[in-house]
Write a protein that binds this ligand. Structure first.
Ligand code: NAP
Length: 300
């Protein structure tokens, strides 16, 4: 068996086109969707993510306000910047690129963002809404995973989904989404305390790997015909590559392709979807802001 490779780039391109149309119709109403992108320090992966996000915003006709801070920035300085951005009516979304330098508490910064502008969906209010099944911003990566499944017409209702990884960014919100009645999956979440991973992964109809461990999931750990979504993005040394490294997923692609029915590649799978979903979250924030202006300032 050889898996069908899910083309995340192509699905993301369609989502970005949709975003461009929504952005243009908002502009006609006098609202120019704008995301403030804050980067503290020069972590190479973060610099590259931020660049990709800003490029995608520009291509969809949306604005980004690029704010670069030195690695020695204090927490106080970042918090006061967030307060300024919260109050700025021209900014609809705020993205603080993680990880932050060690002297800044990520929790403090995320909690300081106005939940109405928290397009990453990391604020405790947004996380709470997600777990309660209430409307709010859904974190971009889990949202991207669901879109990939939807676009590939993979049935989720009644499926057993096994997620490897329980981070607040990926595993936990994805599990909460899949448990919603409208998606109706049965979910198992694995982590470093799960012991023999294969015991769980071989039972998955849909397997999502989000552990940050290159090649952790091999073909032998996959049920024949399962759908495999690889969220992992890991830099592995490769002297033959121009940059000295290449990107590798959490799934061993070659052996997995022999067992899975559908499989996402890395790069070109979940990554592009994460960015496309960010555009949609910024639009949602801008649309809700535009609606609030029409209703005298109420936005929630
Ligand atoms: P994280 O915060 O480090 O969490 C990793 C999770 O995986 C933890 O829950 C950890 O378990 C679990 N884990 C690690 N090794 C494991 C093992 N050997 N067996 C079972 N569970 C294991 O990482 P993250 O932020 O969720 O990111 C995960 C991966 O996705 C990374 O490669 C990241 O770069 C990638 N990512 C990609 C995108 C994208 O757009 N494509 C977006 C976000 C993240 P414990 O909780 O027990 O420690």
């Amino acid at each position: 068996m050889s898996a069908v490779i899910i083309d995340g780039k192509e699905i993301a391109r369609k989502k970005r086109e949709e975003a461009a149309l929504r952005a243009s119709s908002l502009k006609q109403k006098g609202v120019s969707p704008c995301l403030a992108v804050v980067l503290a320090g020069e972590d190479p992966a973060s610099v590259s993510y931020v660049g990709a996000k800003e490029k995608a915003l520009g291509e969809a006709g949306m604005e980004s306000r690029d704010i670069r801070l030195p690695a020695y920035t204090s927490e106080e300085r970042l918090l006061s910047l967030v307060a300024e951005l919260n109050a700025d009516r021209l900014v609809h979304g705020i993205l603080v690129q993680l990880p932050l330098p060690a002297q800044i508490r990520e929790k403090a910064v995320i909690s300081a963002i106005d939940p109405r502008k928290d397009v990453d969906g990391f604020h405790p209010v947004q996380a709470g809404r997600l777990f309660l099944g209430e409307p709010g911003f859904i974190p971009c990566t889990p949202q991207g995973v669901l879109e990939l499944l939807r676009e590939t017409a993979v049935p989720v209702s009644g499926a057993h989904v096994v997620i490897v990884g329980r981070s607040n960014l990926v595993g936990k919100p994805l599990a909460a989404l899949l448990l919603r009645r409208e998606l109706n999956a049965t979910v198992t979440v694995c982590h470093t305390g799960s012991g023999d991973l294969a015991r769980y992964t071989t039972r998955a109809d849909i397997l999502v790997a989000a552990a940050g461990k290159p090649g952790l999931i091999t073909g032998g750990m996959i049920k024949k015909g399962a759908v495999v979504i690889d969220v992992g993005v890991n830099r592995v040394n490769d002297t033959s590559a121009k940059r000295g490294y290449r990107l590798k997923g959490d799934v061993d692609f070659e052996s997995a392709a022999q067992k899975a029915s559908y499989l996402t590649p890395v790069p070109g799978g979940v990554g592009p979807m994460t960015i496309a979903m960010l555009l949609h979250n910024v639009l949602k924030a801008a649309e809700s802001c535009a609606g609030a202006d029409e209703t005298g300032g109420r936005r929630d």
